[in-house]
Design a protein around this ligand. Structure first.
Ligand code: SAM
Length: 241
């Protein structure tokens, strides 16, 4: 190997790079609604956020309001619906797949919301880099990719390391809401999160379905296949608790 060439480190990430071909309405939303996309400097790969990247969220939203992050929100069904119902909060979507971001933008436009912004990047990097410690009022990770094969489990989003990061960014008493339609992933989430020193299981077990969460395509697929939908909800403890 040529030692003079910089080595591009292959990271283990929770997503696959897919063709980002958009349909006509996605292309139109992508072009017309770029003002809701927050662009951040990246590292070698376009989805990874540069370690020195910063975003002044109050400046972006034009106000100081409680912040909610959805990581891997897909086509934006949840964020558009909840942002419309909660105008006093600001919502940030971290999503890597551009056609899904385009759909998110058009759903937000249809819902008439102005309190949503999207960052097209690896949400793990984005959470670590762009969100201050203790600043989030809520974090959502709904139906993360299950990565079924055992050798791929390391790509699952919800891991012990990610739990530490999530706990770090949540404000005291803030909530982390999760859902999955895969039993083994749901149990793996419980195994990591129930024992986390800075997270408290809000319901002591599975959470009731969060009524504000519209059913997404992924949830509908799980229901159609007779899989149980597991909701989970954790509260960030106070450091003095
Ligand atoms: C299975 S889909 C679920 C989408 C949505 N939450 C729903 O319920 O419909 C997972 C989504 O997470 C995105 N994703 C996975 N890992 C991500 C990461 N590290 N950063 C940002 N987005 C990610 C994928 O591109 C995909 O859109």
């Amino acid at each position: 190997m040529d030692e003079t060439l910089p080595r591009v480190q292959r990271e283990v990430v929770s997503f696959v790079r897919r063709s980002a071909r958009m349909n006509t309405s996605q292309l139109k939303a992508w072009t017309d609604l770029q003002h809701w996309v927050v662009t951040v400097p990246t590292r070698q790969i376009s989805t990874s956020v540069a370690p020195d990247a910063r975003v002044d969220w109050p400046a972006v939203f034009g106000r100081h309001a409680p912040l909610v992050v959805e990581l891997g929100g897909g086509t934006g069904d949840v964020i558009a619906a909840v942002a419309a119902r909660q105008p006093a909060r600001d919502f940030i979507a971290f999503e890597v797949f551009e056609p899904a971001v385009a759909s998110t933008l058009s759903k937000c436009a249809r819902a008439g919301v102005t309190n949503v912004r999207v960052v097209v990047a690896n949400g793990v990097d984005a959470l670590a880099t762009l969100i201050d410690d203790g600043s989030l009022s809520e974090l959502w990770t709904f139906f993360p990719d299950p990565w079924h094969k055992k050798r791929h489990h390391k790509r699952r989003l919800v891991s012990a390391a990610f739990a530490d990061l999530a706990a770090r960014t949540l404000a005291p008493d803030a909530l982390w809401r999760l859902a999955t339609d895969w039993d083994d992933y749901a149990l793996a989430m419980r195994a990591v999160l129930d024992g986390h020193p800075q997270l408290q299981n809000c319901h002591g077990g599975w959470a009731p379905r969060w009524q504000d969460r519209p059913q997404t395509r992924y949830e509908a697929k799980g229901v159609a296949a007779d899989r149980t939908i597991h909701d989970l909800c954790y509260r960030r403890t106070r450091d003095d608790a």
